[in-house]
Design a binder for this molecule. Structure first.
Ligand code: GAL
Length: 367
């Protein structure tokens, strides 16, 4: 009998605290399936969207789609079903069952009164070579979301901070890219220039809506070597063409971005696949830079592995000043469905933010 059947038979008491790394059961007593996710607060309710993983290693591909849960207290989550479904095999769709559909994030667009979901998409059977960003929209927050398109961002457009080398030839021939670090100076290869005609690669990603309503897509680009921060159009469904490249050659994944007291903070991981590594952090006065790296925000035991997790989102707690929650994934690649959630309070120390492990904590700890 599957261990997940056993969980689903258990009744559960109401949660009154966070216990990072433990199974986290929804209102039906089933371990939550919202990996690589993000949260949107809407009309007094938090909605958590994430990857619905399935059993075994093959559960790392999208067999179901994007799952949505709702909560008013952040501890107890109600299953709202599948917000975006993959389509049956053989349909030749980009989001066919068996594709890779990761790190979905949803934002609300006031101009069109629609919810807009972006995600990292790899068409079925092509590994991670597609490096596409998918878009789906719905007029109801829980969905169903309609798939619109998938793109490589900013085709034919140079970033505002392109260097002279990006205006010339690329020098990537004969180099094999595996998503991890490369010897030497990445900029000199001009991966950006190589991809100008097709659009830029976009893998791990998040979204951020600024106070003025402008939305940004933040993603690992240029063979994962460099983060791009790209403005979206007013309906949030395309890239506007205004974007910048940051942290060239730093190979950052799993970006999460938040704003506090007018400053922008970024957290990201290094590139080691499902295996955890030491996180990075950075601060900026403007979302389009200059960004200044602040080092690993984690302190204490297991800081070098981000407490065996990888960032996915940093959630502002509504109605609490300076209260932000780090949301990370503890991946279990051999049995994807068993991935755990590491949520920790974000603390501030001088110009930095820091994360410390807690076995158990409550929102009251922010007060
Ligand atoms: C991680 C990435 C995950 C997934 C994984 C596959 O680095 O953050 O979202 O793509 O690699 O190995």
């Amino acid at each position: 009998m599957s261990v997940f059947f056993l969980f689903s038979c258990q009744s559960k008491d109401k949660y009154t605290s966070f216990t990072p790394g433990e199974h986290w059961l929804d209102n039906n007593g089933v371990h939550i399936k919202a990996h690589g996710g993000g949260i949107l607060y809407d009309n007094g309710i938090y909605y958590w969207f994430g990857e619905h993983k399935t059993e075994g290693e093959a559960g790392n591909v999208a067999n179901v789609g994007v799952h949505c849960y709702s909560s008013t207290d952040l501890y107890n989550w109600k299953d709202e079903g599948i917000a975006l479904s993959v389509v049956p095999e053989g349909s030749n769709s980009d989001i066919e069952k068996g594709c890779i559909l990761e790190r979905p994030k949803v934002i609300y667009n006031k101009n069109t009164n629609t919810y807009v979901m972006w995600f990292h998409l790899e068409p079925k059977g092509k590994g991670y070579t597609g490096a596409l960003s998918g878009v789906a929209v719905s007029d109801k927050i829980t969905g169903p979301y309609s798939y619109m398109h998938a793109v490589r961002p900013n085709k034919g457009v140079l970033p505002f901070n392109a260097k002279d080398i990006h205006k010339g030839e690329s020098h990537t021939e004969g180099i094999s890219f595996d998503g991890g670090s490369l010897p030497g100076n990445v900029d000199s290869l001009n991966i950006l220039g190589r991809d100008l005609p097709t659009g830029q690669m976009a893998r791990d990603m998040t979204l951020f809506v600024d106070d003025d309503g402008t939305a940004y897509h933040i993603y690992s680009s240029e063979e994962n070597s460099t983060i791009h921060i790209a403005e979206l159009t007013p309906n949030y469904q395309q890239h506007s063409g205004k974007y910048g490249r940051f942290f060239p050659g730093r190979f950052m994944e799993a970006p999460a971005l938040f704003k506090k007291d007018g400053k922008y903070y970024l957290m990201a991981s290094g590139c080691t696949g499902w295996a955890p590594n030491a996180a990075r952090s950075a601060v900026a006065d403007s979302i389009l830079g200059e960004w200044k790296e602040l080092g690993n925000p984690c302190v204490g035991n297991d800081a070098e592995t981000t407490f065996h997790s990888q960032s996915t989102y940093i959630l502002p707690v509504q109605g609490e000043k300076d209260a932000f929650i780090y949301m990370g994934d503890r991946w279990t690649p051999d049995n994807a469905i068993d991935g755990r959630y590491i949520w920790l309070p974000v603390q501030f120390e001088g110009e930095k933010f820091i994360l410390e492990w807690k076995d158990k904590w409550k929102l009251n700890d922010f007060l």
